[in-house]
Design a protein around this ligand. Structure first.
Ligand code: PEP
Length: 263
């Protein structure tokens, strides 16, 4: 394990996507809170639907868990029907997932929106979790590093020098998300290669101390059975989890694995 895996805080982030009614979210959060022990070295974050953020922000035990939004609009206020802004989320959440592949692909979120969202999050005291990753076609055509570099540097382009170390990066190869077969799951070596590339890109663009201070998470079909392998990849500081975060036993199992890896 590289030294920065050991010194840096680790993160387990559960993206609940458009699942659970508000009441169910509250019951699930209660269950997690009962079963999780607070740890200074491991930040556990859950990202419920926007509608559940306000009630859960009153319920959450911040010593054990933190809240993330799944997306938000970069404008602070205005005529943007149906949207929720970072300014409105200020104080409710500590994190926001930005540029998730489902936002980019299903809702046509552009690179410009992603970069404005990263800046808006920081402006409103919310830590952006910037998602980057290639499609299977891009990988097949050998475009992975170009895509990852463009999404990384594009997403960070509005971030000032003093804010750059307040950002979290999540590498999520799109072909490995929600996979049902092992053929579409990234191997730890494949993850290591891209995470190393991301840190090298950050070093070349900013500095090695900044590159080493930015947490990089891995996401893509993480389960209790493979979490340990991803968490021990050099340079990986945590996991972004979709499907397995919806099942308490699996999510807690992954948290327990993370605690073992850290200790
Ligand atoms: C995701 O959608 O960000 C994700 C990682 O999902 P899953 O864990 O289900 O692959």
């Amino acid at each position: 394990m590289a030294w920065y895996n050991i010194l840096m805080k680790s993160y387990i982030v559960g993206n609940w996507k458009m699942n659970f009614a508000v009441g169910e979210s509250s019951v699930y959060l209660h269950k997690l809170t009962e079963r999780i022990r607070a740890s200074r070295d491991l930040e556990i974050v859950v990202a419920p639907s926007a509608i559940a953020l306000q009630p859960l922000s009153l319920q959450i035990d911040r010593k054990k868990l933190r809240l993330a939004a799944q997306t938000a609009n970069p404008h602070d206020f205005g005529a943007y029907t149906g949207e929720v802004s970072f300014a409105q989320l200020r104080g409710l959440v500590d994190y926001c997932i930005i540029g998730h592949s489902e936002r980019r692909q299903l809702f046509h979120e552009s690179d410009k929106q992603v970069r404005l969202a990263v800046a808006a999050a920081l402006r409103n005291n919310i830590t952006p979790i910037l998602c980057i990753g290639e499609t299977s076609t891009e990988r097949t055509f050998g475009e992975t590093s170009d895509v990852v570099r463009d999404q990384l540097l594009g997403g960070l382009s509005e971030v000032s020098a003093e804010d750059i170390n307040k950002v979290i990066i999540a590498y999520e190869p799109i072909w490995a998300i929600s996979s049902t077969t092992d053929a579409h799951i990234a191997t730890p070596d494949e993850v290591a290669e891209i995470v190393t590339f991301i840190r090298r890109t950050l070093t070349d663009t900013y500095s090695s101390s900044i590159a080493e201070a930015i947490p990089i998470l891995y996401g893509g079909s993480v389960k209790p059975t493979n979490a340990g392998a991803y968490l021990t990849v050099p340079g990986v500081n945590g996991l972004l989890i979709g499907g397995a975060s919806l099942i308490a036993d699996q999510f807690i199992d992954i948290i327990d694995t993370a605690k073992k890896v850290i200790s």
